[in-house]
Design a protein around this ligand. Structure first.
Ligand code: NAD
Ligand code: TYD
Length: 377
């Protein structure tokens, strides 16, 4: 496997995957294919942009002809597909863009790869189409234990890294898809197309479903970077509903390591869940963020609690996500490397140290969107 397209490489998770592959595999040729929407930012890749094994292609994944030509010209033998519209709140306002990019874009990549690879003498031999998806396709889990229980897992990573679980059930790979938001519905649809290309044409595909990621370079419309920035500037923190919803958080570099492992060692046609058994209620995370930002800025810890502002709940807000990644841990030996407290400390430090990055992404188009979205809060 030598020439790999990584789609969405200028986004949050994609930039960590591109960086890992460019640094770890000097013999590979890595093509970062990205349309550079509001969420794509080449500043995320400054440190590797001049590496000889890296190339950027500004392209829309819906541009079937363009992708065909790129695959033929560069003899592409692997695709790691992350490009997507990724924010639930935006999907509620503008579902069409989500269907276009996440469904039609994935389909156009699949079809281009199929036609190009089938035209080669070796056909699908040595080829790989790896689709990155989300745990949100499984829907929402109940919260049977609002006070939290110890999760019943025995693998090393989960027993060392786990936080409390808020229910007995977890997302496993065999669960039926039950997406609720336009975002997760579009991701679910794209996952089905990827599997259909395996089952119908024999395409060498893999799908993974990961829990919420956090870490450097995340666009500040998502909870963690938005709130770090707001605490810093003493702006209100818009907590949806009662702040009781539960998310399962993974440090982004642990996701990138899992992608590397699965791309190279995962079984074709399989699905793997990725997550670190790390469930948190939103309000608890927000308190940790306030304490951490206050401490790192030399303020009195907790003095910014008054920024918490409860606002109208998100429409169709999924109550609880919790990933069971036992299969990945057992079959491929992956485990998360960081305790959540360490990951949050690193993340808060990064945003505080990189105010220029934050100022850059919160200017221009985004600022306009931001004002429209958050003006009433
Ligand atoms: P992001 O929004 O930060 O980045 C998306 C990237 O895709 C951007 O660089 C953007 O320019 C690019 N893009 C969007 N539309 C495009 C198009 N039509 N053509 C080409 N490029 C386009 O997203 P992210 O948070 O890094 O998520 C990456 C992937 O991982 C997505 O598929 C998402 O569903 C999945 N995922 C995300 C999370 C999470 O917590 N962020 C968790 C699990 C899975
Ligand atoms: P988000 O980061 O948008 O990820 P997702 O919706 O994909 O899980 O949101 C994480 C959680 O935080 C989710 O339960 C919604 C909540 N949230 C708020 O309470 N306020 C906010 O301003 C945002 C962006 C999210």
């Amino acid at each position: 496997m030598h020439t790999i397209i990584i789609t969405g490489g200028a986004g949050f998770i994609g930039s960590h995957v591109v960086r890992l592959f460019v640094k770890k595999y000097p013999d590979y040729h890595i093509i970062n294919l990205d349309k550079l929407t509001y969420a794509g930012n080449l500043a995320n890749l400054k440190d590797i942009e001049n590496k000889p094994n890296y190339e950027f292609a500004k392209m829309d994944i819906c541009d079937f002809e363009g992708i065909m030509k790129l695959m033929q010209d560069k003899h592409v033998d692997g695709i790691i597909h992350l490009a997507a519209e990724s924010h639930v709140d935006r999907s509620i306002k503008d579902p069409f863009t989500f269907a276009q990019t996440n469904v039609m874009g994935t389909l156009s990549l699949l079809q281009a790869a199929k036609i190009y690879w089938e035209s080669l003498p070796e056909k699908f031999e040595g080829k790989r189409f790896y689709h990155i998806s989300t745990d949100e396709v499984y829907g929402a889990l109940e919260m049977t234990h609002p006070e939290g229980i110890t999760p019943p897992f025995t693998t090393t990573a989960s027993s060392e890294n786990h936080h409390l679980a808020y229910g007995e059930r977890f997302f496993t790979e065999d669960l039926k898809y039950q997406p609720h938001s336009p975002y997760s519905a579009a991701k679910a649809s794209s996952d089905h197309f990827v599997r259909a290309y395996h089952d119908t044409y024999g395409m060498p595909t893999i799908v993974t479903n990961c829990s919420n990621n956090y870490g450097p370079y995340q666009f500040p419309e998502k909870l963690i970077p938005l709130f770090i920035n707001n605490i810093r500037h003493r702006k209100p923190l818009p907590v949806y509903g009662k702040g009781e919803n539960v998310r399962d958080w993974l440090y982004v570099e642990d996701h990138a390591r899992a992608i590397d492992l699965i791309f190279h060692k995962g079984k074709l046609a399989e699905t793997y869940n990725i997550g670190g058994f790390n469930e948190w209620k939103n309000i608890d995370i927000i308190k940790v963020l306030i304490h951490t930002v206050d401490r790192l800025l030399g303020r009195t810890e907790g003095e910014d609690m008054n920024l918490i502002t409860y606002v109208t709940d998100r429409a169709g807000h999924d109550l609880r996500y919790a990933i069971d990644s036992t299969k990945l841990q057992r079959e491929l030996g992956w485990e998360p490397s960081l305790q959540f407290e360490e990951g949050i400390e690193k993340t808060v430090r990064w945003y505080l140290d990189n105010q220029a990055w934050m100022d850059n992404v919160t200017s221009g188009d985004y600022q306009h969107y931001y004002e429209e979205m958050y003006a009433h809060r």
